[in-house]
Write a protein that binds this ligand. Structure first.
Ligand code: C2E
Ligand code: MG
Ligand code: MG
Length: 526
């Protein structure tokens, strides 16, 4: 067992005890004395022996001392078992429970434990500082979807290797799952240290990755939080690093962001809005305002755009730019979107019933991409129209470049079905997203809406040129044009000269609630 010849190990207990690995010897002796002093009912210890060939074996020894009549231990009877295999399995199981099998990095459990230890250190030691970096790969889903999961996994393994190279041996890097990695920087001197590491990481991503012979460029967004005594739970540290990471994504990806008080407030704000948003639908806190769209030739009314408003019980009116992104993220936009369509159709139906001349006007409704990609979107639109009794030509749908370019082939189909029903289609905020002109040509879109940021720039030569180009492009594609955000008569005159058909903006009217709008239009000569 001990790896020696018979004659090499004699009868003396020390012949045996001297084989024990130096690292285990003290523990062994202590356990044995405890028993011999009568303080433990039996002796049991696990220890290593270094064999001559360099192998280490693990043994478990168990024994019972025999005392003579003078109460002196005289001998010990017991057994020794080789537990090396058992030990290896146990170590492997512990390792597996604490590591991510794909990258071999520590997992969340181990990482949280390490943060816990760092927090304890920061409470005990003055001037101790640690930092957590939360990393999320940018557009990883795209790589997974286009190259497949196996390539995605290979990329994650490569990323893990590269990240390891950026760190010191005392730092911990873990994979939380998906494309999320976290790093604990232990015992740093200042925020600058963690910022430098973040910069180093961003830098290593400039080099491409070779995956299956394909060159892939990837980048990462990093949130940084500094851990001090004010944190008493690992979860809080991780949460704040996550918040900072989201901020980094929001600010354009491939960058780092430090968590600070401004983000704490922002995160709370978002959190409250999120719960409030859930209740807003049930409590009927949403309403619509309407903005006229006019013909640039004679300034005659041709329709309205319906814009949603949220009457928050404490905050007052919340504008869509402040809650639509949140509603999209949480998926609530779908419910809100259907409420908006119904409400807008109902209003239009009532106006037409009251003023028959309105039957040539149309109401435009903004459609979020989450809603548009619902598989039964077309059917639902048909049902709403039927239920309310509004004619399809009185409804226009405003979609964005983002929602149609995600999956152009199936989108083309959907758009055609909508045209068959008879609703008109508008491309909203044209120029702010990413459009493939090739697809645009094949979509049955009736009207392009030029985003107001372009109209705003018309005072410059270059800005004017862009608007001119968009108008020409639309006409070549047999589409008409609405200019958004027209605020003065110069713009209006200029747009008319460029051949732009329609406009909306504060020059003609701000968005108004239904009653105010009705009072306004009932005065109009139609
Ligand atoms: P959008 O569809 O491009 O709407 C036009 C925005 O420009 C509206 O802002 C409108 O009030 C504003 N606007 C109109 N004329 C002028 C002007 O002359 N000058 C300036 N500076 N602004 C003008 P609003 O109502 O805050 O809506 C912002 C965005 O929120 C909308 O942009 C749209 O993308 C989204 N949105 C609004 N209502 C809905 C909705 O019911 N569903 C969805 N999915 N999105 C909506
Ligand atoms: Mg719009
Ligand atoms: Mg727009």
């Amino acid at each position: 067992m001990m790896g020696g010849e018979d004659r090499e190990i004699g009868n003396n207990p020390n012949d045996w005890l001297n084989c024990i690995h130096p690292l285990d010897r003290e523990r062994f002796d202590r356990t044995l004395s405890t028993h011999l002093e009568g303080c433990s009912p039996h002796f049991e210890c696990e220890y290593r022996v270094g064999l001559k060939d360099g192998y280490i074996r693990w043994f478990r020894v168990r024994g019972l001392a025999i005392w003579n009549e003078n109460n002196q231990p005289e001998r010990i009877a017991g057994s020794q078992t080789d537990i090396t295999e058992y030990y290896k399995v146990r170590e492997q199981l512990t390792h597996d429970a604490l590591h991510d099998p794909m990258t071999g990095l520590p997992n969340r459990t181990l990482f949280m434990d390490r943060i816990g230890q760092a927090i304890k250190k920061s409470i005990r030691r003055e001037n101790y500082l640690c930092s957590v970096l939360f990393l999320d790969l940018d557009r990883f889903k795209l790589i997974n979807d286009s190259l497949g999961h196996i390539a995605g996994d290979s990329l994650l393994v490569e990323v893990a290797n590269r990240l390891r190279e950026c760190l010191r041996s005392e730092d911990t890097i873990a994979r939380l799952g998906g494309d999320e990695f976290v790093i604990l920087l232990d015992n740093i001197k200042s925020a600058e240290d963690s910022v430098n590491i973040a910069k180093k990481i961003l830098n290593t991503f400039r080099k491409s990755f070779m995956i299956d012979g394909q060159e892939i460029f990837s980048s990462v967004s990093i949130g940084i939080v500094l851990g001090g005594p004010e944190y008493d739970s690992p979860d809080d540290l991780l949460r704040d690093a996550d918040t900072a990471m989201y901020r980094a994504k929001h600010l354009g990806k491939n960058r780092y962001e430090l968590f600070g008080n401004h983000l704490r407030v922002h995160a709370l704000h978002q959190l409250n809005l999120e719960t409030d948003l859930q209740r807003a639908l049930e409590r009927g806190e949403f309403s619509l305002v309407y903005q006229p769209i006019v013909d640039l030739d004679d300034h005659q009314l041709v329709g309205f755009e319906a814009l949603v408003r949220w009457q928050h019980p404490e905050r007052g009116i919340v504008n869509p730019v402040d809650f639509i992104p949140l509603a999209e993220e949480t998926g609530l936009i779908v419910q809100i979107g259907w409420w908006v369509i119904r409400e807008a159709c109902l209003q239009m139906y009532n106006w037409i019933a009251k003023y028959p001349l309105f039957s040539k006007l149309s109401i435009s409704v903004n459609i979020s991409s989450k809603q548009f990609t619902q598989h039964d979107f077309v059917e639902q639109i048909r049902l709403v129209l039927e239920e309310i009794g509004l004619n399809a030509p009185n409804l226009n749908l405003e979609i964005t470049e983002g929602s149609v370019m995600q999956d152009p082939v199936s989108v083309a189909n959907k758009l055609r079905q909508l045209k068959e029903i008879g609703v008109d289609l508008m491309m909203d905020d044209f120029g702010t997203g990413y459009s493939s002109l090739n697809y645009l040509r094949t979509f049955p879109i009736d009207i392009l809406k030029i985003d107001r940021s372009f109209i705003n720039q018309m005072k410059n030569e270059a800005g004017l040129e862009i608007v001119k180009t968009i108008v020409n492009l639309a006409h070549n594609l047999k589409m008409q044009v609405v200019a958004e955000g027209v605020e003065n008569s110069n713009q209006s005159k200029c747009l008319k000269e460029l051949g732009c058909e329609y406009a909306q903006g504060y020059l003609f009217s701000k968005p108004l609630d239904g009653n105010t709008m009705e009072a306004f239009i009932s005065e109009l000569p139609l």
